[in-house]
Structure formats: structure tokens, C-alpha cells
Design a protein around this ligand. Structure first.
Ligand code: BG6
Length: 479
């Protein structure tokens, strides 16, 4: 495969991007955008509180802000997203900020960035900018001689299909080595997503049954009970498939389906996920349902004739010894009845028994809940009190945290980028495999079907699972 060879060559060479100390500056392109407002300033503040932010932070954008303007916006963003603010930490974080104004297509912008970086030798550049600008900025950095010992963090989506992901990578690779590119998927920085591999592999009761002999199918749900909001322009150009399925949902499936990582090597988990993605069949457009919530076309900056999906459901198949014949179902969307994200492995149904009023027991479910209230639940069946029927008896564990103590995804991932830790970033080979899997659905998307807000998408999504199962009711807190 075209990527593998070049990666090995890169690893052997280790010319650029070799890390021998933590980064000494963080430069954020797109600092005036929505993501910075909602996530980045909060993450920087939390990193400061945790003692993880030790370097200056240079913000870059087109807006005419200046250092004071940047600090004002940063302060407002932290005040809007953090409840109990530690004033000293906030001031210390703000003191690290400086601003460079400029157009990314202008070489002079990168000269100003260079001046702002001063003596820094090992920068991290975080690009939270529209995908169409990734390559312009990376080329600008290269031309200004800023990338030799740099890492560049690239926001998702990486490409909008297989071909464009390859093209984008080729363009970045004209300037950067693979190991300098940190492709971010914030789901991988979520503690409960990391918990999946721990629960799977640290428990010898689970591993022996985690295969096609015992599991009948797997379901992933990423549901949000709100619409596209102020992100109409971005969302209308991507849709549910590119926004959360090709990346977040498939990465979660990778952790559910991969073989155990076999060494401490930072690539071990990424190699195993890659092998799982490679075993996935290209998706079948006949097993794909797209929906659009009523009212989406009136959202600001959405094309009034848009056929972008705000809901998608699909069936995937994996050809390997562990999973052959086990369907993997995914559904994801906006304006659904709940905000919940979970994955459930459904075990095979027991045979008809001479107990329980002659009824066949329902299958066991093992659910990993990513949110809300991260946890895991094994649904077992027991005898109902004073009756000879089956009743569910759930073994539940909530991954309770000291509130605020665990790093949040962006905090963890930016911290890892600053320390040159690559494990939670997605390699190009996995990006290409996941695009390969969904590519037929992009080529033949089929119609987009309307659905009412607060429902689980179009009726056709129910038909998709018929014959195997029904969609499991999400495991909600308190149920
Ligand atoms: C983002 C998508 O990647 O993930 C959003 O662009 C989505 O549309 C979000 O709302 C979901 O992630 P989280 O962490 O907010 O549940």
C-alpha cells in the first residue's frame, strides 16, 4: 500500500520532527474561530491550572485584534466556558498570549509569525482553520523555514473523501514528514473512549467471548438532541457521515474490534486498529440510510436546497476470524431524542430453556457509554421475584471521576502534541482505510429522507437492522 513504504522510510530517517524536549511555543492558526471560543481557550486555561502549559502561545488570524484584543477574547471565552475560575491561573494563561494578524496566502504573515516565535526551536502549530487552508498554511510555514523541528496539529475532517485525503496528505508531505503531522480526532482524547481498550483487554472474562462465536452484532449510537446551530456553513459542506462517522464512530469501532496491542510501542494500538479497518469491507450503499431533520433548510448559512444528511445509519461487515458474519451498525445524527454516545455488543441469544415460562431469554448486552456519565454495563438476566419469568439484572460501573480532575479531550491532545506524544493522533494509513470503507456511500449516497425533530431518524433506519435486531434503547443515566 502506498502509505506503508513511505512511513517506514520516514521512521528510519527521523530527519525532521524528532522530539528531544517539550515544545517551546504553541502557535494557533484560526484563533478567532468558533472552535477556539468554545474549546481551545478553555483547554489552555485548564492546562495552565494543571501545570501543563509552560510555553508562550501565539494566536494567528485575519481579524484585526492585537495582543490585547486576543487576551480580551480569551478571557471572555474562559468566562463563558468555565464555572469556577482561578484568577491567578487565568492571568498567567493570558500573559502567555500574543497575536499575529495576517492573511494565510501572504508570505509576510509567516514572516511575522517567525518574528513572534523568537528563539523557539521546537514549535507546535495547531491549525483550527477551514480544511481548504491546511495546505496553504503548511506551505507558508515551510517557505518561512519554520518546520524543521515542528509538529503540526491538523483539525478534522482530514479530506472529504479518499482521494482528497490522499491529495491533502501529499501536499503536506511536500513540507512535513509523517511523524510531524498530528491529525486530531477529539474522540480519541476522551477518557471513556480510552476505557474501552482497558475494559476489553484487562478482563479475562471478556476477551474469550469477544468474537463471532458469542457476539451477534455491534451497535454504535452518536446522538445529539440539538441541531446544527450557528455552524450551518461548515456542517452543510460535511454532513453526519463526514462530521462524526468516518472519524469518531469508526475510531470507536476500531477499539471495539481490534486485536490486543502487543507492546508498549506508541504505534501498537494504531497498528491493531489499522488491521481491523483493513478487514472492513467497503460499505454497501444498499445498507445506508440518510436523513435530514425538518427545519434544517432554514438554518442560517445552509443551502435552501441542501441534500446534506443530518442523520446517517449504516451496516458494516468485517472479514476476519474474530468478526466474520457479525454486522456492525452505526447511527448518528442531530435533533434526535437524546444526547448520548455509546457502543453496545449484543451477544447471541440463549436457546429455548425449560425455565422462564418457556420463553427464550433476550441476549446479553455489553454497553460502553461515552456520554453522558461514562460507564460500562453488562445486561444479564435473572429470575423475576415471585415469578418464573426473566428479569434484567444489570452489572453497571460508572467511571466516576473527581469532577474537573481528568484532562478533557482538547487539553489532553494539545498536551500530548506539546510533548511529542503521538499515540492518540490518527495516522494517514488509518485515515485512508476509513475513507475507503465509507467511499461507496459518498459515491452513491441515495436520497436524503426527512425526519421529525426528536425522533430516531427516518423509519428506514429501523428497516436497516431488521432481520438481525432492533436498535437498542440507549442506556441513559438513571435507567
Ligand atoms: C465534532 C462535530 O467533531 O463532534 C460536532 O463536528 C459534534 O458536530 C461533536 O457535535 C460531538 O462531540 P462531543 O465531544 O461534543 O460529544
Amino acid at each position: 500500500m502506498r502509505f506503508g513504504g513511505s512511513l517506514r522510510a520516514t521512521m528510519a530517517k527521523r530527519t525532521k520532527g524528532h522530539v528531544d524536549k517539550a515544545a517551546d511555543v504553541l502557535a494557533i492558526f484560526g484563533i478567532s474561530g468558533d472552535l477556539a471560543k468554545k474549546m481551545t481557550f478553555r483547554a489552555l486555561y485548564r492546562m495552565q491550572c494543571a501545570g501543563m502549559l509552560k510555553c508562550p502561545v501565539v494566536g494567528v488570524a485575519l481579524d484585526d485584534w492585537g495582543d490585547d484584543g486576543l487576551r480580551k477574547h480569551a478571557r471572555e471565552a474562559v468566562e463563558a466556558t468555565v464555572t469556577k475560575i482561578d484568577g491567578e491561573a487565568l492571568e498567567a494563561m493570558l500573559a502567555r498570549l500574543s497575536y499575529v494578524q495576517g492573511d494565510y496566502s501572504d508570505d509576510a504573515t509567516f514572516e511575522r509569525v517567525k518574528a513572534a516565535l523568537g528563539d523557539a526551536e521546537q514549535p507546535v502549530f495547531y491549525l483550527e482553520i477551514p480544511p481548504s487552508l491546511f495546505s496553504t498554511v503548511v506551505k507558508g510555514l515551510g517557505k518561512a523555514g519554520l518546520v524543521d523541528r515542528a509538529h503540526v496539529v491538523i483539525e478534522k475532517p482530514f479530506g472529504h473523501d479518499l482521494e482528497s485525503a490522499r491529495e491533502l496528505n501529499d501536499e503536506l508531505r511536500e513540507v512535513l514528514e509523517e511523524e510531524q503531522i498530528l491529525r486530531i480526532d477529539h474522540y480519541l482524547g476522551k477518557e471513556p473512549v480510552m476505557d474501552i481498550s482497558y475494559m476489553r483487554f484487562a478482563n479475562s472474562t471478556l476477551e474469550p467471548v469477544w468474537n463471532r462465536e458469542h457476539i451477534s452484532h455491534v451497535q454504535v449510537t452518536i446522538a445529539e438532541n440539538f441541531g446544527v446551530g450557528g455552524r450551518g456553513h461548515f456542517y452543510d459542506s460535511v454532513g453526519a457521515m463526514r462530521d462524526v462517522i468516518q472519524n469518531h464512530a469508526l475510531q470507536v469501532l476500531g477499539l471495539i474490534g481490534m486485536e490486543p496491542p502487543s507492546s508498549n510501542d506508541p504505534d501498537s494500538i494504531r497498528d491493531q486498529k489499522l488491521a481491523f479497518f483493513k478487514a472492513m469491507r467497503a460499505a454497501d450503499p444498499k445498507r445506508y440510510v440518510r436523513g435530514q431533520y425538518d427545519g434544517y433548510l432554514e438554518v442560517k448559512d445552509v443551502d435552501p436546497k441542501s441534500t446534506t444528511e443530518t442523520f446517517a445509519a449504516m451496516r458494516l461487515e468485517v472479514d476476519n476470524w474474530r468478526w466474520s458474519g457479525v454486522p456492525f451498525f452505526i447511527r448518528a445524527g442531530k435533533c434526535l431524542p437524546e444526547k448520548t454516545s455509546e457502543v453496545t455488543a449484543v451477544f447471541r441469544r440463549p436457546p429455548l430453556l425449560g425455565i422462564g415460562h418457556g420463553k427464550t431469554p433476550e441476549p446479553n448486552h455489553m454497553t460502553f457509554r461515552i456520554e453522558p456519565e461514562p460507564g460500562a454495563r453488562m445486561r444479564l438476566w435473572a429470575k423475576a421475584a415471585a415469578d418464573e419469568s426473566f428479569e434484567s439484572a444489570d452489572l453497571e460501573v460508572l467511571f466516576e471521576r473527581v469532577p474537573g480532575a481528568d484532562p478533557e479531550p482538547y487539553e489532553r491532545l494539545l498536551g500530548d502534541a506539546l510533548n511529542g506524544v503521538h499515540t492518540l493522533f490518527t495516522r494517514q494509513d488509518a485515515i485512508e482505510e476509513t475513507w475507503r470503507v465509507v467511499q461507496p456511500l459518498l459515491d452513491e449516497p441515495g436520497p436524503v429522507l426527512p425526519y421529525a425533530k426528536d425522533t430516531w431518524g427516518p423509519e428506514e433506519a429501523q428497516h436497516l437492522v431488521q432481520g438481525t435486531t432492533a436498535w437498542a434503547d440507549p442506556w441513559l443515566p438513571g435507567t
